[in-house]
Design a protein around this ligand. Structure first.
Ligand code: BV8
Ligand code: ZN
Length: 225
């Protein structure tokens, strides 16, 4: 059993579960973000090409939900853990920006950021808190802007992903919190870790293979950790 207080380097991987207690529905839970659609129907470039308005509105709905949300005790516990740990990397699959709001410093957003929009045709991108009903036109080339997130079938940002792999392979402990560990390559990070502590309300495909599997909510377990 590794004592977190002794760990010199810690990597953390978070998923939608850490934002659930901030009122943001998870992807696959009850009343999840996908409730009326299957993930592949919305979070894909094909869906955006087929119906940009529908996909854009879905992200607009999420932006509004997220704008009203506050970081919770789970996010704040990770800020505290970062303060106490010599080498610390927070890898998140979440695009909601609540880790930034909570005060985490070293964050690797492997699935992008809902508060970014980027051009569907050129390399233009910008921070975007707008809530325009239609996908706005790119000021550089006129093509439609799209949410700055990684969709299914799209590759993860190269630099960020390489840093995440390095952080996990060099860490004494990988703390995995609030993820179903079903989406790859993110879930593959668990295979790179020396020692994994999992925090989840339910079992995941990794629960019986991690060193420690803590059953409970992030908001309750992480502060205790
Ligand atoms: C890629 C951003 C190729 C957008 C997201 C078959 C097998 C293996 C892989 C594949 C396959 N078919 C297709 C693939 C690849 C695919 C994939 O993995 N599909 C899955 C569905 C099988 N992956 C991709 O397409 C990736 N890209 O592979 O590219 C490639 C390679 C090279 C070159 C070109 C292309 C891209 C994946 C990224 C997709 N984008 N999000 C957006 O947000 O809109 S994924 C989305 O779901 C999230 O970002 C998150 O990463 C992911 C998983 O969700 P979770 O965060 O885990 O949330 P979930 O609801 O699932 O679980 C919540 C958990 O929390 C639960 O366990 C629950 O118990 C727990 N919980 C809830 N409340 C609490 C709690 N725990 C504690 N406390 C609580 N309070
Ligand atoms: Zn453009």
């Amino acid at each position: 059993m590794i004592d977190l207080r002794e760990a010199q380097s810690i990597a953390v991987l978070t998923g939608a579960g850490i934002s659930a207690e901030s009122g943001i529905p998870t992807f696959r839970g009850p009343g999840g973000l996908w409730r009326n659609f299957r993930p592949e129907e919305l979070a894909t470039p094909e869906a955006f090409a087929r119906d940009p308005q529908l996909v854009w509105e879905w992200y607009l709905w999420r932006r509004r939900l997220i704008a009203a949300a506050e970081p919770n005790a789970g996010h704040r516990a990770l800020v505290e853990l970062e303060r106490r740990t010599p080498r610390f990397t927070l890898i998140t699959q979440n695009v909601d920006g609540l880790h930034d709001l909570a005060g985490s410093q070293r964050i690797l957003k492997i699935h992008g950021d809902i508060w970014h929009s980027r051009c569907s045709a050129c390399s233009y991108q910008r921070r975007d808190r707008s809530t325009e009903e239609m996908p706005p036109p790119c000021p550089e080339c006129g093509a439609m802007l799209r949410p700055g997130v990684v969709w299914f079938g799209e590759s993860l940002p190269r630099i960020v992903w390489d840093e995440a792999e390095r952080a996990v392979s060099q860490a004494d402990v990988l703390l995995v919190a609030g993820t179903s560990a079903t989406v790859y390559p993110a879930a593959g990070l668990l295979h790179l870790a020396r020692y994994v502590i999992e925090v989840n309300q339910e079992e995941t495909p990794f629960s019986d293979r991690v060193a420690v599997s803590l059953r409970g909510s992030c908001g309750e377990v992480l502060p205790r950790l």
